[in-house]
Design a protein. Sequence first.
Length: 136
Amino acid sequence: MFAALFFTVALLVTTAYFIMGSIPLLVLKHDTPLDARFVRGFFNTYYVGAFVSAAATAISLAFAGRPGLSAGAAALALIAIVLRRKIIPKMDALGAQIQSNVMDAIPGFRRTHVIAIVINVAQLVAIVGSLITFGK
């Protein structure tokens, strides 16, 4: 049970830390390739960290006899994989367009950045909500 608690806290910290780190990045104008690469790298790191912490949480909760919470954590691990495969290539493509001075690329990149933040906030709400609901 201690491992389950540890990894659950790690999942919460990972998600909350990256939300708090990604929101201030909205201050960037996203008008240079460096901005795009930095934000893309930040989210790539988050998705890898989210997958690792969610997978470890799922495994430890399964061993702790909490199948509902384990399934939820496994779903978060899968969501991290899907988002990494969808968001990162989109950021790469928009970053290349920013470098080529395509005018629609900057608002598109900013929109993708905001969508990724909103999804992360929804995940944090789901984590906390499931812990409150199933943690009893």
